[in-house]
Structures are given as C-alpha cells and as structure tokens.
Design a protein around this ligand. Structure first.
Ligand code: GFB
Length: 320
C-alpha cells in the first residue's frame, strides 16, 4: 500500500539521469512534497546560496544526486573540475542539511570509488583497501570524502546520512555526447548514427575486455526511495559503528565487447565492431556484492537487454 508522505524532500540534481528517476520513484512511493531547484535557481557549488536555501525551505530529507559526472575520457580530461565541483557540492549540501535539522540524507556515490584491483564482487567494507583507478581518481576521492563525511556526521551528530553506491547507471535523460558520455549511451549513439548513415564500422574504445555491471536509473531510484522510506533500514545502515554505504547493482556483469554486441542488436546496427586499444580500458572489473541490499528485500526489475531497448527508445524520442 502506498501511503501519502507530505515531508518535504529535496532532490538535488533533479534534471539528471538519476535525479529525474528519483523524482518519479519518490512520487510512486507516495511522496508528494518534492522540492527541486534548477542549476540557475540554486548553484550548489555556492555555499552561501545553499545555506540560504536550506534556511528558507527546511527540508525533512535530502537525496543528493547532483554531481559533476562523465565517462572515462571526461574524467581523464577534466580532473580538476571533477574533484573541485564534487567536493564543493557535497560539502555544501551535507553540512547545510545537518545544520538545518535534516535527519535523513541519501548521497549518491559510485562503484568506481572501490580500489582498482578490488577483490570481486566488491563488498562495502572493501572501500579504502587499495589504490584507486587513475582515470577517475579525482572523482573517486571526492565521492569517498562524501562517504566519510556522512559517517563522521552520523557519529558526531547522530544523523542518518547514507551513501548509496550504484554500479554503472543508464536510462532516460542520459548524456549522449560522444566525448563525455559513459559507455552505454556512447554505444547507443554510435551504433544508431552508423546505422542511419549506412556506415560499415563502429569504433569501441579500449580492448573490449573490461567487465561492467549496469543498472537502469529507475531501478536505482526505486532502491533509494525504498531505503529512504524504510525507517528500520536507515537506522541500521547509519548506526555510528557502521560504514554508511550500500551497493546497488544487479550482481551480473558483461564485457564491453558483449555490451557492444547487445547494443548493436537492439539498435539494428549490422556492421562490424572494431576496438581502438589506444583508448583507456580503465578498471578491469567492478562487480558489486549486492547482498546487503538484497537482504533488505530489494532487487532490480529491468534486465540489461530490456533496459537498453527502453533507453534506445528514449534516445529516439529525444531526437524528435
Ligand atoms: O562508462 P565508461 O566511460 O567509464 O567506460 P568507467 C567503460 C568502459 O567502456 C571503458 C569502454 O573500458 C571504456 O574504454 N568504452 C568503449 C567506452 N567504447 C566507449 C565509448 O564510446 N565511450 C566510453 N565512455 N567508453 C566511469 C568513471 O568509469 O564509471 C566515472 O569514469 C563513473 O567516474 C562511472 O564513476 C560509473 O566505467 O570506466
């Protein structure tokens, strides 16, 4: 049964891939007082503006999905922007949330904050047990600081601030810019363009050997909404002695080569896939251990092939 929940919940980053899915998921869960601000209305990098916002609206809960994000090339090309902007946004929001009485906050982390050569599948307590992958170290360090900040505030102030660590996420409102996007939207865009233009080849970056796990943004958002409304789970996951982090994934991964084959099938591209090994592979594998979220009774609904088909449909609609 869905119960109506009038508590004001601030979704930071509501226009993005994850934030827009979060607004839909929270509405489905019965939240009917969702607060959003566009980047123009509220620049989360500006501490004074964030302070004024929290002082005036006093949200009861926060989901922090606003972040500077991008694929392997964007991370590698703009490392200063990735560390600075993420540290600014999350520090401003987490601290203002605490000072203005927010009890529950969900902070979006990422599976790329685990060590590069982490034991697989990656368990929450493997964080900070080894060196990071160089292509996204600035982003990962910022996100790790966010997890640590949640933990520090829980210990010092008794807050319930929780980091969710999603695997590679895709879906509606994704970024398709070939230079900045993640692999899945990049491949959808490349295969579609090649099909339309009658080109014979699509170039896939790297060797095709890295393995990646994917989750559809609406599944991830459902998990966040599920956690936020689960009093017992939030209390248990944010207890002072517990690392306040929980993996969200599907528990299965594919190689980039297999992924490219699937995208070619779904988009109808019938040419050849060629691999450009001058481009970086990044982390060899990052499969999440999802037992913590599974034990709470949550699992994803959208399989990879269906998800790619849905994402491709949104891509086609957005081009109209
Ligand atoms: O999704 P992606 O950019 O990031 O790349 P990561 C995943 C893999 O796909 C890499 C390969 O091995 C890429 O070389 N790949 C093949 C491509 N073709 C393409 C293409 O056309 N575009 C892109 N982008 N990749 C990210 C982090 O790592 O993971 C972020 O950089 C973030 O910080 C995200 O955390 C979840 O999975 O390697």
């Amino acid at each position: 049964m869905i119960t109506v929940n009038n508590s004001p919940i601030f979704v930071a980053g509501h226009r993005g891939l994850v934030g827009s899915a979060l607004v839909r998921a929270l509405k489905r869960q019965g939240y009917n007082n969702i607060l959003t601000r566009s980047r123009k209305e509220l620049d989360l990098r500006d501490g004074q503006a964030v302070e004024a916002f929290f002082a005036s609206v006093k949200p009861a809960g926060v989901v922090l999905a606003a972040a500077k994000v991008g694929g392997i090339l964007a991370n590698n090309t703009y490392p200063a922007d990735f560390i600075r902007e993420n540290l600014q946004i999350q520090t401003n929001v987490i601290d203002a949330a605490h000072r203005h009485g927010v009890k529950k906050l969900i902070f979006l982390g990422s599976s790329c904050i685990y060590p590069r050569d982490c034991k697989q599948p990656m368990r929450e307590d493997y964080l900070l047990t080894g060196p990071l992958e160089a292509t996204n170290r600035p982003y990962a360090l910022a996100k790790l600081a966010g997890v640590e900040m949640c933990w520090a505030y829980n210990r010092q102030f008794g807050t319930q601030f929780l980091a969710v660590l999603p695997t590679n996420t895709y879906g509606e409102n994704d970024n398709y810019d070939p230079e900045r996007s993640h692999v899945l939207p990049a491949l959808i865009h490349k295969c579609h363009e090649a099909k339309i233009r009658g080109e014979k080849q699509v170039t896939v970056w790297g060797t095709g050997a890295p393995r990646r796990e994917f989750i559809y943004a609406d599944d991830l958002a459902e998990a966040c909404a599920f956690l936020l409304s689960n009093e017992e789970a939030m209390a248990y996951l944010t207890a002072p002695e517990t690392i306040p982090a929980i993996n969200i994934g599907c528990g299965e991964d594919v190689t980039v080569r297999e992924l490219a084959g699937l995208v070619a099938e779904v988009t109808g591209f019938q040419g050849e896939l060629v691999f450009d090994s001058s481009k970086p592979d990044g982390t060899p594998r990052k499969l999440l251990d999802i037992r913590r979220i599974a034990a709470l009774g949550w699992q994803p609904n959208i399989g990879l092939r269906d998800g790619i088909a849905k994402a491709y449909q949104f891509y086609l609609n957005s081009m109209k």
